[in-house]
Design a protein. Structure first.
Length: 229
């Protein structure tokens, strides 16, 4: 039984500042992801991989097709869902690790991570956040500092911790290991394996072949969905 199902999904971007030029990106995207499965989207840069993740997350609307998300007995079509329903899915169903950290300025790193699950940080959530920060090799002396002061690799590890802390049934990963060294890439591979064992359905974009081979149950070539201009 699928956790996530895309069928007939198409997307075209309109460049309003360039005279309304329309740029078709992809058409007829179709795949399913089951619980405890990691599907990796592969293709050259610019093929629309990140756009697919953003449509699943409800940040982009697709032009046509359906994006079905299953949660318990409920199935929601993200492609036509109301904004309130999209927000509900983000809180309770779909996690997302983007390529960039967007955190409130001046908030300590441990609070940024701890608040990822509910928006507030309890003692239990701070404990879980501390465990993740330790695993991702963020020195404890940095936990009380705002992530804006961190290096790019440290910020990405905070981003990963935020995405992995909530126990959500679907997880979207957009280049989670791009700024990481070999040691921390291995940590992320282990975190993904743990999420899969707990039943999460994962869609990932990774360019590192070793990471891809370690996490992927299936690889989908997004280039085959390329739309004709």
């Amino acid at each position: 039984m699928f956790a996530l199902k895309l069928s007939g999904v198409a997307k075209t971007f309109t460049m309003h500042l360039q005279g309304g030029i329309r740029l078709p990106v992809f058409a007829d995207v179709a795949f399913e992801v089951e619980p405890s499965e990691c599907v990796v989207l592969a293709a050259p840069s610019g093929a629309g991989k990140s756009s697919i993740l953003k449509m699943i997350y409800g940040a982009y609307r697709c032009d046509q097709g359906g994006i079905l998300v299953r949660h318990a007995e409920d199935v929601t079509d993200v492609a036509v869902a109301e904004p309130r329903r999209i927000l509900h899915l983000r809180r309770h169903v779909i996690g997302y690790v983007s390529q960039f950290l967007r955190a409130v300025p001046r908030v300590p790193a441990i609070e940024v991570v701890a608040a990822a699950a509910t928006g507030t940080s309890s003692e239990a959530e701070r404990t879980r956040a501390a465990e993740l920060l330790c695993r991702l090799n963020i020195p404890e002396r940095l936990w009380t500092l705002p992530p804006a002061t961190f290096s790019g690799g440290e910020q990405q590890r905070i981003n990963i911790a935020r995405g992995f802390l909530p126990a959500l049934p679907i997880l979207l990963l957009d280049e989670p290991t791009a700024s990481l060294d070999q040691t921390n890439r291995a940590v992320v591979v282990d975190l993904i394996a743990e999420k899969k064992r707990r039943g999460a359905a994962i869609v990932a974009i990774v360019h590192d072949e070793d990471v891809r081979d370690a996490i992927a149950d299936r690889i989908i070539d997004v280039a085959r969905f390329a739309a004709e201009a």
